[in-house]
Design a protein around this ligand. Sequence first.
Ligand code: KMH
Ligand code: ZN
Length: 273
Amino acid sequence: MDPLIITVAPVGAEVMPEQTPHLPVTPAQLGETARACRAAGASIVHVHCRNDDGTNTHAVERFRQAYDAIRAASDLIVQFSTGGAIGMTPHQRAGPLALRPEMATLTCGTVNFGDDIFENSFPIMRGIAAAMRANDVAVELEIFDLGHLSNAKLLAKEGAIELPAHVDFVLGVPGGLEASVEHLVDCVRALPAGCTWSVAGIGRMQLPLAMVAIAMGGHVRVGLEDNLYYEKGRLARNDELVARVARIAAELGRPVATPDEARRILKLRTAAV
Ligand code: KMH
Ligand code: ZN
């Protein structure tokens, strides 16, 4: 098995600062989180941005500040969200790709998202994928439901994306595929040949699915975007969620990947040859 790639998703769009004191809101806080999570064993940081008051933003300038702060603090692979927050336009969601991050997400289908709808029609997916190609950004396919993998195959058939790619299964969003070991195994069985994969379990399923992924040879995403708690009743810091997965992986004989090892595993354009 390859070394374990741990992605940290430290902020997301749904958790609000009122819910936890540990949410990195400013670029400086994102930089500090990146430094701590790199030291704890992360190799990718998945980036959403907030205004100083905690509201969501996908402004290019705010992403530039966040990118600079993360770069100054760490050598993590920087992965921009193109999902953003519910209600953002596809144009807004794709805007920061002009900064040419190493990676960005591409959600592969529309999904109910609590009481809302996270809209990803084929025209929206094609548009975001085209912006990624234009800026030479590596794609991480975000899969919230099994049918999203079928959509990814259709997008590849028409040339909008390339397969194999790196795939992240986000399991347990209300409206998407439930977070369970059985569903994760179904997802992995349905993967196109050659894809690498990670799992992001929502809420209390974050840790159990991480442990299953470590054993299966997959990779792991943790962080406050998906889960606020370290254990029942205790709010987590991002770096301690990363550190716990790194510790468990070490016990199972899978050391964590450095960012450069992750670049090689994921075949990023920035990987040293
Ligand atoms: N905030 C969700 C609506 C992504 O980052 O690419 C979408 C999301 C996916 O978080
Ligand atoms: Zn996200």
